[in-house]
Ligand binder design. Structure first.
Ligand code: ADP
Ligand code: MG
Length: 239
């Protein structure tokens, strides 16, 4: 589903060049749930931005669903992103003055207005993320956990093939984080979405099929649930 080859990203600010990604090769199967971990500044968010076509690499190639996204023109990439990808961020990024249902509908219509065709689907999504009855509540009146539920529903409104989540539980307490991870796992199980989640939290990473450890712009280590020592590895990490 996702194939990354020799991906490099350099940022240039004035005279300063920073090489953030130094040659990343990565293959993610359809329906896989992958967690990306690693120290702050190691390039995790940069990788996710590139996977999502929100920025372009300096070198290398990214294929999603057999489309080479870095070779697309910007407009084509935007259309691809809207059709095929969903995003969840640490700080929710909702439109504060819009209601729950308007936020979720927003990727379908720039004004978030419900239409006859989409209103049933939007209400189903609201139910499935556990926000029944809050359709008309304004986003800025919700708790953090509720806002992240809205963000997940919004990310899923286009039925994406790939869901990209950058520290989705980073601003939440443990109980709220567990609920959000439970939701992501449920969608992953039921809809076989491919999920790539950046996280600092080994507990969160434990929901994934595979953990990719990043260090200084390269992949340092990969631990897979299929490996016999996955549980032991997680236990060690948490100890
Ligand atoms: P992580 O998500 O692993 O904490 P990031 O991908 O956000 O790391 O950042 C990696 C490095 O790239 C950091 O040193 C950061 O300052 C730098 N960086 C990220 N985005 C930009 C940008 N738009 N311009 C310049 N430097 C950037
Ligand atoms: Mg980051």
């Amino acid at each position: 589903m996702i194939k990354v080859s020799q991906l490099k990203k350099e940022f240039i600010q004035g005279q300063e060049k920073t090489q953030v990604l130094k040659g990343v090769d990565l293959y993610i199967e359809e329906g896989e749930f992958v967690a990306i971990m690693g120290p702050s500044g190691s390039g995790k968010s940069t990788l996710l931005q590139l996977l999502g076509g929100l920025d372009v690499p300096t070198n290398g190639e990214i294929q999603i669903d057999q489309h080479s996204i870095n070779q697309m023109k910007e407009k084509e990439r935007t259309i691809f992103r809207r059709k095929k990808l969903g995003f969840v961020f640490q700080n929710y990024q909702l439109l504060p003055n819009l209601t729950v249902e308007e936020n979720i509908a927003f990727p379908l219509h720039a004004d978030g207005k419900l239409t006859n065709e989409n209103s049933k689907w939007i209400h189903e999504l609201i139910d499935s993320v556990g926000l029944t009855g809050l359709n008309r509540k304004r986003a800025n009146l919700l708790s953090g956990g509720q806002q992240q539920r809205v963000a997940i529903a919004r990310a899923l409104v286009n039925n994406p093939t790939v869901l990209l989540a950058d520290e989705p539980t980073g601003n939440l307490d443990r109980a709220r984080a567990e609920e959000i991870l439970g939701l992501l796992s449920m969608f992953h199980r039921n809809h076989k979405q491919t999920i790539v989640m950046v996280t600092h939290d080994i507990f969160a990473a434990g929901f994934a099929d595979r953990i990719i450890l990043f260090r200084d712009g390269i992949i340092d280590q990969v631990i897979s649930r299929k490996d016999g020592d996955y549980a032991k590895y997680l236990a060690n990490f948490m100890a």
